[in-house]
Design a protein around this ligand. Structure first.
Ligand SMILES: Nc1ncnc2c1ncn2[C@@H]1O[C@H](COP(=O)(O)OP(=O)(O)OP(=O)(O)O)[C@@H](O)[C@H]1O
Length: 304
């Protein structure tokens, strides 16, 4: 286990009742100085939780502490704390009619440390303008979904923050830009010298794995697994075996997928001895494989 004594966010007993859905999160923490991925199936509650943490949704019960000392109420009442937190999400954060120039001017007014130079640099880096020059009069509504996300990322990266809350940043991006996003998150954390943290939700687990330090997996409004990825990779072991051992292994494995040649599955490390005598190979799983196994074990959907 990595040693960390500080958390960017600590949350306790967060609940929110919605029509046909209840968010019910006991305790969790987002470690400071790391990139944390929020993973879970459609409707698990990732956006609801991120909106609560970002202060977009205020109608919930529970306690949230930011940077080890500030409550959510203090966050709402203090421009200084809000300035330290950046958010991007799928909602209409920038109004459609806002031009790039409007976004720059409004960001300058809203956030003390917004740098127009950095905004331009990130616009260039994220290839928002294909021919090298920035069209400041271009309206947000004329951008593609990927471009809108890149514009939001440029806006948030141009501020001096300590915590980024990013709801599905990779989803609308092409593979090249997902790679760029990972690089930007990695640099953001590295340049923060242990003080900056990123919390992002994603369905693109494989694309984001190389920058994910800590993972939180949600199902049906609850957190069902969390930990540093390196610890999860010791807790869960990838097992492959022949068809002849499928039935015996199936009684031990945490999750299993059959294929024409045999099976592949995840075994909890504490149960590995129970596979003794079977002809199986053991490998370190990817975060994607761990996440799918945990989601399969906790989903309410009937898997066939
Ligand atoms: N304003 C709302 N009113 C009623 N129900 C809502 C509202 N917003 C979200 N929900 C419900 O809450 C549940 C969780 O939604 P949420 O958007 O948090 O999930 P998610 O994990 O982000 O899903 P996805 O991966 O599909 O984006 C869903 O069942 C959704 O229908």
């Amino acid at each position: 286990m990595k040693m960390t004594t500080k958390n960017a966010i600590e949350a306790a007993k967060i609940t929110k009742e919605l029509k046909n859905f209840t968010l019910d999160v006991e305790n969790f923490a987002i470690p400071q100085g790391f990139a944390t991925a929020l993973i879970g199936e459609n409707g698990a509650g990732k956006t609801t939780l991120l909106n609560i943490l970002a202060g977009i949704r205020l109608d919930y019960k529970g306690e949230i502490t930011y940077f080890g000392q500030y409550s959510d109420k203090q966050r709402e009442n203090s421009g200084d704390i809000k300035n330290r937190i950046g958010y991007t999400g799928p909602g209409k954060y920038y109004l459609p009619q806002w031009t790039v120039k409007d976004i720059e001017e409004i960001s300058k007014l809203m956030f003390d440390d917004f740098s127009a130079d950095d905004f331009h640099r990130y616009c260039e880096e994220l290839a928002i303008f294909s021919h090298g020059s920035i069209d400041m009069k271009k309206a947000n509504s004329s951008f593609s979904d990927g471009m809108k996300m890149k514009l939001m990322l440029a806006g948030v990266m141009a501020r001096k923050t300590d915590l980024l809350l990013l709801d599905e940043p990779a989803s609308p991006l092409d593979p090249l830009m997902r790679d760029k996003l990972c690089q930007m998150i990695g640099e953001y954390i590295h340049e923060g010298n242990g003080k900056r943290s990123v919390f992002f939700s994603t369905h693109n687990i494989s694309d984001m794995e190389n920058i994910t330090d800590y993972a939180i997996i949600m199902e049906n409004g609850q957190i069902v697994e969390q930990g540093f990825v390196e610890d999860l990779k010791e807790k869960y072991i990838l097992i492959k075996g022949d068809a002849a051992d499928t039935e015996a292994a199936g009684k031990v494995l945490y999750s299993m997928t059959k294929n024409p040649y045999g099976f592949e599955g995840i075994c909890l490390a504490e149960n590995i001895d129970k596979l003794a005598g079977l002809n199986v190979t053991k490998e370190i799983p990817t975060l994607y494989q761990i996440s799918v196994a945990v989601m399969k074990n906790n989903t309410k959907i009937v898997m066939r």
